[in-house]
Design a protein around this ligand. Structure first.
Ligand SMILES: Cc1cc2nc3c(=O)[nH]c(=O)nc-3n(C[C@H](O)[C@H](O)[C@H](O)COP(=O)(O)OP(=O)(O)OC[C@H]3O[C@@H](n4cnc5c(N)ncnc54)[C@H](O)[C@@H]3O)c2cc1C
Length: 451
């Protein structure tokens, strides 16, 4: 049965596909969005939102204890029931999903549930239970995202092996857990599970956790995890020898593209790992087919998928008019305390770089909030005084990093005392920048080496 013809069909209703569909409808196109599972994609259902909901629940647990510092006589009447938190998380995700469906409806975007595959470059087959539908469009946007990589081992079919999606649906905290892979997702889940009482062992084949991150940030996160009882084993090539010791083995070793779309039927180009290749306009090697978000393997982040959704919409409807710009992309790690970084592209080409570091122990706002663990570090090109990057570990790093990105975009002119509210965490960016020249007025003279 044919479901009709559209100007544009979007495959996948994660942050990339959703944003693209809405933007294209705003620009006047007739749109259908095809989704094989749940509106919201990985981000809403099994990624950003559930992890951050659980992270925030953990923060609340810690804040209840912190309240004593301010003189409140608080106590937990009974231990937190993890199952109740999971129910609240699911409810919150459900409500957010309903909100997204409302938005799609409001723009008259047709939602078609089913698994899409290419019949040819304008026609898709939609597999829904026992039915197969056909649908066509002038242009098609692939936004099918990614899924967790599995570990290749004889034991990996054992139900104690879980991935991030399954970990986020556990209703009971396991007694102990082995996490294989200490990248961002491994760290976030180690933080959550250890915080709720699981004895976590985190293993990493590299010689440090978060091997791609700044060394000082990775060391600081490592220290904080050790303090909260996580056992960290780096340079570990035999993690699987230990599986009998654990109730759950959580594998967080990366992600692979969700590209079961019969791409060979249309000769669409992918790279060696199966991610779809595009040009700077998000266009694939086939003129009317575009790809955005995780499926391209570019950044595997929700906000870059959303950004590409806007870019692809404008490029399809107005003609190729906007290129991808990945020059400044902030990264955030929801550890406790939280960590974030941003640097300009080509950072490594700067030869004469100086650093300024401002410890949160010297911040008034951190003292007020009793959140004094961490620092803000700034890299500056010595001759031009241009800020090149910021690394933050400490409360609100996820919010401060947006200001840091703006500073890198706007350049030196933006870093002026009068721009920053006092007392704020944001002003620590200015302090770190000034400290690169030993000019920070909120630190003692020549004392920066002591922090
Ligand atoms: C544990 C975890 C935590 C994360 N935390 C963050 C975070 O805090 N911030 C952040 O920016 N990013 C985070 N991410 C990454 C973020 O979730 C992804 O980068 C983002 O969801 C990618 O968006 P997307 O639209 O490309 O794909 P997805 O969100 O994966 O959506 C793709 C959609 O396409 C559907 N689909 C796939 N194939 C087909 C098909 N053939 N037919 C029909 N539908 C199909 C899928 O069911 C899915 O709904 C996290 C990821 C994980 C796993």
């Amino acid at each position: 049965m044919s479901l009709g013809h559209y100007d544009i069909i979007v495959i996948g209703a994660g942050p990339g596909g959703f944003t693209a569909a809405v933007k294209m409808a705003q620009l006047g196109a007739k749109i259908a969005i095809v989704e094989k599972y749940l509106i919201g994609g990985t981000c809403l259902n099994t990624g950003c939102i559930p992890t951050k909901f659980l992270w925030n629940s953990l923060k609340i647990k810690k804040n209840i204890k912190k309240a004593n510092y301010y003189g409140f006589k608080t106590f937990l009447e009974e231990p937190v029931k993890f199952q109740d938190i999971i129910l609240k998380k699911n409810k919150s995700i459900y409500n957010l999903r309903q909100g997204m469906i409302k938005i799609l409806d409001s723009y008259s975007i047709d939602i078609i549930y089913g698994h899409a595959k290419f019949k040819d470059k304008n026609n898709l087959l939609i597999y829904n239970k026992n039915n197969i539908y056909e649908i066509s469009a002038d242009n098609i946007v692939i936004a099918t995202g990614s899924e967790p990589l599995k570990i290749i081992d004889n034991n990996s079919n054992d139900p104690k092996f879980i991935n991030s999606t399954e970990a986020l649906s556990l209703i009971k905290i396991p007694k102990n857990m082995l996490i294989i892979g200490a990248g961002v997702i491994g760290i976030e889940l180690a933080t959550i599970f250890s915080g709720f009482g699981c004895q976590v062992t985190l293993t990493e084949t590299e010689n440090r956790i978060l091997a791609k991150e700044d060394l000082e940030i990775s060391d600081e996160i490592s220290k904080n995890l050790l303090r909260s009882g996580v056992n960290i084993i780096t340079s570990c090539n035999n993690a699987l020898n230990k599986i009998n010791e654990f109730e759950k083995i959580l594998v967080t070793i990366g992600r692979k593209p969700l590209s079961d779309l019969s791409l060979t039927n249309i000769g669409l180009k992918t790279n060696k790992k199966g991610f779809i290749e595009t040009d700077e306009f998000c266009c694939t090697n086939i003129k009317n087919i575009y790809a955005i978000g995780d499926i391209t393997g570019r950044n595997l982040l929700a906000y870059t998928a959303q950004n590409e959704g806007v870019i692809v919409a404008k490029n399809i409807i107005k003609g190729h008019c906007i290129s991808l710009d990945n020059s400044i992309i902030p990264q955030v790690i929801f550890s406790i305390p939280i960590s974030a970084s941003v640097k300009i592209s080509g950072f490594s080409q700067y030869k004469d770089v100086i650093f300024g570091k401002f410890p949160l122990t010297a911040s008034c706002r951190a003292a007020i909030e009793f959140e004094r663990t961490g620092f803000v570090k700034c890299a500056v090109d010595k001759s031009s005084k241009k800020p090149l990057g910021f690394w933050i570990i400490g409360s609100y790093a996820d919010e401060i990093i947006c200001t840091a990105s703006q500073i890198l975009k706007s350049g030196i002119k933006y870093i002026q005392r009068e721009t920053f509210f006092h007392p704020s965490f944001n002003e620590c960016l200015l302090n770190a920048y000034e400290e690169a020249f030993n000019e920070c007025t909120d630190l003692p003279k020549n004392k920066k080496k002591e922090f």
